[in-house]
Design a binder for this molecule. Structure first.
Ligand code: IPD
Ligand code: CA
Ligand code: CA
Length: 275
């Protein structure tokens, strides 16, 4: 149980997300790819780095002793596993731009994802769409909200009524595995969307726009905030084998709860859970 005032934590997350969102809007359509990370599909721009800097500064000003696990700086701390293994008491998990491929292509669909965990338990999650100015937020046991209004997962109870989200994770093997699920599910659900931001996919599950989402080979910063959103909106988040979500999970399934078992079963049958 966190001892600090989570309303203040949420306000800091909001300020940080808005500052990064301002940069994203300002640089929209003219980012320069400065590097690739894990492979040719994994882009990073100067704007990703600047967004992370401004988020870090905002968090540091308020909570100087907290540890920040951010996508663009994690390498200098030995990687996500090392950071999570260190069991920091107060940990922020940050994806400064989730959807860099869209950002580079000039497609106005990406998000800023910021989560706060106390002793490994997610307490606050915020996913911000800087173009639509949609702010999805959740505080543990306090419900989930879109721009201050309560949100709830969809009431669809079968895959055939479901609109699912997924992605094309970076890495050839990861893409091949995830595609197996798409091939199996496409004829069985209402439709599939790959919108290009895992964090927004989870936020969309939380507000009922999507019924469910799965993707393999993600990183903690892609999912942390969105996972809490789904849980607080009445949904379910597990790994691809049905175990409860933790920050260590990399292959995630998040749904309205009603289709969770059916979706897990299909992914298993399609060998899309054979990592
Ligand atoms: C990516 C996005 C994308 C997902 C990839 C992620 P990034 O994050 O979430 O939707 O399919 O697996 O890596 O690189 O834009 O932060
Ligand atoms: Ca990401
Ligand atoms: Ca990113």
């Amino acid at each position: 149980m966190a001892t600090r005032d989570l309303t203040v934590v949420l306000q800091v997350a909001e300020r940080a997300a808005e500052a990064a969102g301002e940069l994203i809007r300002q640089w929209s359509g003219r980012p320069e790819v400065v590097d690739t990370k894990s492979g040719p599909h994994d882009l990073v721009t100067e704007v990703d780095r600047r967004c992370e800097s401004v988020i870090r500064e905002t968090i540091r000003d308020a909570f100087p002793d907290d540890f920040i696990l951010g996508e663009e700086t994690v390498a200098q701390y030995g990687g996500a596993e090392v950071v999570l293994g260190a069991e920091h008491e107060d940990l922020w998990v940050v994806d400064p731009i989730d959807g860099t491929t869209n950002f580079v292509a000039g497609i106005p669909f990406c998000s800023v994802s910021i989560a706060y965990a106390h002793r490994g338990i997610l307490e606050v999650g915020m996913v911000y769409h800087p173009y639509l100015k949609e702010q999805f937020s959740a505080v543990r046991s306090g419900g989930a909200f879109l721009n201050g209004r309560p949100i709830r997962v969809s009431s669809a109870s079968t895959l055939s009524e479901s609109v699912l989200g997924t992605g094309f994770p970076s890495g050839e093997h990861a893409r091949a595995v995830n595609t197996k699920g798409m091939v199996d599910l496409a004829p069985r659900c209402r439709n599939i969307r790959t919108l290009g931001s895992a964090a927004l996919h989870l936020a969309y599950v939380a507000c009922g726009r999507l019924t469910g989402f799965w993707e393999t080979h993600l990183n903690p910063w892609d999912m942390a905030a969105g996972a809490l959103l789904v849980q607080e909106a009445g949904g379910q988040v597990t790994d691809i084998e049905g175990r409860p979500y933790t920050l260590e999970v990399r292959h995630v399934v998040g749904t309205n709860g009603l289709i969770h078992g059916e979706l897990l079963g299909r992914l298993k049958g399609a060998m899309a859970a054979e990592i």
